[in-house]
Write a protein that binds this ligand. Structure first.
Ligand SMILES: Cc1ncc(COP(=O)(O)O)c(C=O)c1O
Length: 349
């Protein structure tokens, strides 16, 4: 991505260091998130990140105080909350007033805060940001949010405020059934229709739409338990490896790697973790599989490995990158000794 000229939208000091290590210039980094710590703000200012998206007056005051301490002007945009329902899963819808995200447009709060930035000696206004949620499969909420953003930005400009950048966030959804590609063309046409005759520099933060299809989780079947109602296909991957089905009731396309015309039965595909919520799929028509057979879970490249954990002291999967026909182990699987070695037992003799 860095080689293609992309910047990075980050939400933690760790992601900042990761983006910098990948070769993304600090000036092309946008620091988002509702809860940046003072240490993270210091690091962002020390590294000269291009834009910090503030999400509250309280956070802005911390950014200002740290910039003042260092005699700097921090480049800030504000993320606004347009109170729009993204129509996605409630846990990844971020545009309504009831969520923790952004500064409400309604009631003049966003304007008061933007004025505050202009009056500060240690803040410089970079613009406005919006991100109403993830896995949006309908363009209408984007349109509403962007129209609200334009109305606000135009109004701010008419009042003499600088609004160089509009950051349009991410959120474009993918088809987890694997039938259609993300509709970048339709999204692009919408953005063009709204912004072509406007003089704003635009920022885009696509995540899932460019990453999900690049990852496949491979798991092996362990056992099948048959019952009158359904089969349980127990596999060696679990909720700790791919949390999305458990967390969001998310659907992932799953298929045996060895394709054949086997009879299908209604099956839950479950992991070995000690929770009923540990499943990769429920009620699927799935072919009977042999013990040891490899099964592919598609679209695991976004919110997959990064949300994985070592729950039940399960080593996370190795990560393999296949690029231009060459196989690279980019994250080896940890041994149990390595996992235990990361911990300190104060009572060990
Ligand atoms: C501020 C912000 N921008 C962009 C994204 C990326 O969203 P998506 O992966 O849906 O494109 C997120 C995801 O949570 C986000 O919080």
């Amino acid at each position: 991505m860095a080689a293609q000229g992309a910047g990075a939208d980050i939400v933690s000091a760790g992601e900042m260091q990761r983006a910098l290590a990948a070769g993304i210039p600090a000036s092309d980094i946008v620091f988002s998130g509702v809860g940046k710590t003072d240490d993270e703000i210091r690091l962002a200012l020390a590294k000269n990140v291009g834009q910090i998206n503030a999400e509250s007056q309280a956070e802005l005051k911390h950014i200002e105080a740290i910039a003042a301490e260092w005699g700097l002007k921090a480049p800030v945009a504000i993320r606004v909350n347009p109170d729009i329902d993204a129509g996605s899963h409630e846990k990844i819808s971020t545009g309504q007033k009831s969520t923790k995200f952004g500064i409400p447009i309604e009631g003049g709060e966003a304007e008061a805060i933007y004025r505050y930035i202009h009056e500060s000696d240690h803040l410089s206004a970079r613009g406005l940001a919006v991100h109403i949620g993830s896995q949006l499969t309908d363009l209408a909420p984007f349109k509403k949010a962007y129209q609200a953003l334009i109305a606000l930005a135009d109004d701010f400009r008419s009042k003499g405020y600088d609004v160089p950048i509009l950051d349009l966030g991410g959120g474009l959804g993918i088809d987890y059934h694997g039938e259609e590609a993300p509709d970048f063309a339709a999204y692009g046409a919408l953005v063009t229709s709204l912004f072509a005759d406007k003089d704003y520099r635009l920022g885009f933060e696509p995540g899932r739409s460019i990453a999900a299809d690049n990852g496949i989780l491979l798991t092996s079947a362990l056992y099948t338990k048959e019952s009158d109602e359904k089969d349980f296909i127990i596999v060696d991957a679990a909720m700790n490896d791919l949390l999305r089905p458990t967390l969001y009731e998310a659907y992932h396309r799953i298929e045996p790697v060895q394709q054949s015309n086997r009879a299908k039965r209604t099956s839950d595909i479950v992991g070995p973790v000690c929770e009923t919520g540990d499943y990769l799929a429920r009620g699927r028509d799935f072919p009977s599989v042999e013990s040891g057979e490899v099964i592919a879970v598609f679209n695991a490249g976004a919110y997959g490995s990064v949300m994985a954990s070592q729950y039940n002291t399960r080593a996370m999967p190795a990560e393999i990158l296949i690029h231009d026909g060459t196989v690279h182990v980019i994250k080896p699987r940890k041994s149990i000794e390595e996992i235990l070695g990361d911990e300190h037992n104060p009572f060990a003799s």
